[in-house]
Design a protein around this ligand. Structure first.
Ligand code: NAI
Length: 553
């Protein structure tokens, strides 16, 4: 058996020595450098004498971590560790994934984005700013690692449910790429977070002397599109094997960018497609509890943005796969936005809502739409906290034996309802999932484990599959396959507790299965860049990086 994939540096490049090595987070082992490595690499005297094992270093990190008073301090502690020693950082995160996911990603990362200019310690990732237009390719060439395989890029306009965070949005690509590595073993030296800074509408930041971004209102329209195009073309030339994930763009840009690029470069939008896949997986698992089919479902969404429309589109294509016509399938998905029910008679609807604008009487608000439509499931993607109130949950529970309630808005403060409210108001009958994590609930002597419809179940595995088979494009069929695979991995013991997603502790196994399913689709669709091996699963697993130290000497 070959050793685990740990080579994070280009082996043809000679190792740095001494202090330079200690300051290279990809190569650094800190106190775990062995005596012979210390002698050969000029490290003697630069480290305290005792050689620690990786497990002992993890224990030290955890001692310090648990002494921190707030989640934000824990975030800073972890990011600082990532800046010093990536292998140790990933060992810590992988071994404590349930505890750390809410710190390195939503909800804590949202706080970090909001305070980016104040928390700043060291830069991470690449900042491509509006004044750099015309020179973007040269900037991409400044990145020190040549073989980038996954890029996450944002312009910071719609960060989680927190709105425009300007340059502080960089926290999201950094966090997402950490999850690619922790959850699916994407080599950290092959990941690249990018912030496209075209300004911000956030007056607070524009007035803040510590704000670190371009101090102007956002560039829009043709100039914005040309800037993104220059970036994407630069990526094609400099990192031709990279998968490009668009992240947290405002919805007036996100749908257009996705349509513009998905057929030309290996790219996807996680807010639209990743969210859709994790939610579809949640629906498939819910059906195991209700005994119904997907075609029986009627979904009512609160929010008709990237997440909502993305989910609607994927649910429709899954219903069509089950034999529904396109029209039938679309009539099973209804949307309420800030102006009420999305119906044909409304004027000025955004392009992405039109396909779900049905011929039906208008309804001014969510509750009246609920009464009129009698859905089987409600999906909150509105960023409006507490909008699934007692009346909404009670009404849905009157209509359904097992009402499906997905309150997906992030961070926790934006969630449409809490897990406890959903269970309490439905008399313990709701099948609940949220975007940000909620704790286990105890109600009338029963225990409920709320599912987290976390995109991290999907995008790392999709990325792994794409990278492993060097797929040329990312397709909807890959996301449907990812959703089906994820749902199939939910255990009966999970369902018994009401949990409709697998435990996060199984995330690397889950990602490997999803990677395999995605690579299979790439082979079937003729999109893979390598010949199909006999063992696709083996190929995917061999591509996974593991957080263990490499022996240098
Ligand atoms: P978006 O900005 O594209 O869409 C928000 C939608 O909510 C818009 O259609 C808007 O009209 C609607 N809305 C706003 N106020 C409303 C009101 N008072 N009543 C009814 N509708 C209202 O944002 P996006 O990307 O769709 O994200 C929405 C939320 O979903 C965010 O909180 C985001 O964090 C969350 N999300 C959760 C995911 C998950 O759980 N896995 C993944 C992606 C997003």
């Amino acid at each position: 058996m070959s050793p685990p994939h740990t080579t994070v540096a280009d082996p043809s490049v000679p190792l740095p020595h001494g202090e330079e090595l200690l300051h290279d987070p990809i190569l650094n082992k800190g106190t775990a450098f062995t005596r012979s490595e210390r002698r050969a690499l000029g490290l003697e005297g630069l480290l305290p004498p005792h050689v620690h094992r990786l497990e002992e270093q993890v224990a030290r990190v955890m001692d310090n971590y648990r002494n921190k008073q707030t989640d934000l301090e824990r975030y800073i502690h972890l990011v600082s560790l990532q800046d010093r020693n990536e292998t140790l950082f990933y060992r810590v995160v992988v071994d404590h994934i349930e505890e750390m996911m809410p710190i390195i990603y939503t909800p804590t990362v949202g706080q970090a984005c909001q305070q980016w200019g104040h928390l700043f310690r060291r830069p991470r990732g690449l900042y491509v700013a509006w004044p750099d237009r015309g020179r973007i390719e040269a900037i991409l060439r400044n990145w020190p690692h040549p073989d980038v395989r996954v890029i996450v890029v944002t312009d910071g306009e719609r960060i989680l449910g927190l709105g425009d965070q300007g340059v502080g949005g960089m926290g999201i690509p950094v966090g997402k790429l950490s999850l690619y590595t922790a959850c699916a073993g994407i080599d950290p030296a092959r990941t690249l977070p990018v912030m496209l800074d075209v300004g911000t509408e956030n007056e607070g930041y524009l007035r803040d002397p510590l704000y670190m971004g371009v101090r102007q209102k956002r560039v829009r329209g043709k100039e914005f599109d040309a800037f993104v195009a220059e970036f994407v073309e630069g990526v094609r030339r400099v990192f031709p094997r990279a998968l490009l994930q668009f992240e947290d763009f405002g919805n007036q840009n996100a749908f257009r960018l996705l349509e513009q690029w998905r057929g030309k470069v290996c790219s996807f939008n996680d807010d639209i497609q990743g969210t859709a896949a994790v939610t579809l997986a949640g629906l498939y698992s819910s059906l195991r509890l209700t005994g119904k089919t997907l075609r029986d479902q009627k979904l009512l969404f609160l929010g008709a943005g990237e997440a909502g429309i993305g989910i609607g589109d994927l649910v429709v294509s899954a219903m069509v796969d089950e034999g529904a016509t396109l029209e039938e399938a679309r009539r099973r998905c209804w949307f309420v936005d800030s102006h009420g029910l999305v119906v044909k008679s409304r004027t000025g609807l955004a392009e992405h809502k039109l396909r779900f604008a049905h011929d039906a009487p208008p309804a001014p608000d969510f509750h009246s739409a609920l009464e009129a439509l009698s859905p089987t499931a409600i999906v909150g993607v509105s960023t409006v906290p507490r909008s699934f109130d007692q009346r909404v949950i009670e009404t849905l529970s009157r209509m359904n034996e097992r009402p499906i309630v997905f309150a997906l808005s992030n961070p926790t403060s934006k969630s449409e309802c809490t897990a406890e409210d959903a269970y309490r108001w439905s008399g313990g009958r709701a099948i609940f999932a949220s975007g940000s994590p909620f704790p286990t609930c105890h109600l009338d002597g029963r225990t409920f484990v709320p599912g987290q419809g976390n995109n991290s179940y999907i995008f790392p595995g999709v990325g792994l599959g794409v990278v492993a088979c060097q797929a040329r494009l990312v397709t909807d069929r890959m996301f449907s396959a990812a959703a089906r695979t994820l749902a199939s991995l939910v255990l009966p013991s999970d369902l018994d507790l009401g949990r409709i997603f697998p435990a996060l502790t199984r995330i690397r196994e889950v990602s490997a299965h999803i990677g395999e399913a995605v690579a299979e689709v790439a082979f079937q669709e003729g999109l893979a860049g390598v010949p199909r091996p006999a063992d696709v699963g083996g190929m995917v697993r061999a591509a996974m990086w593991h957080p263990v130290y490499r022996e240098y000497v």
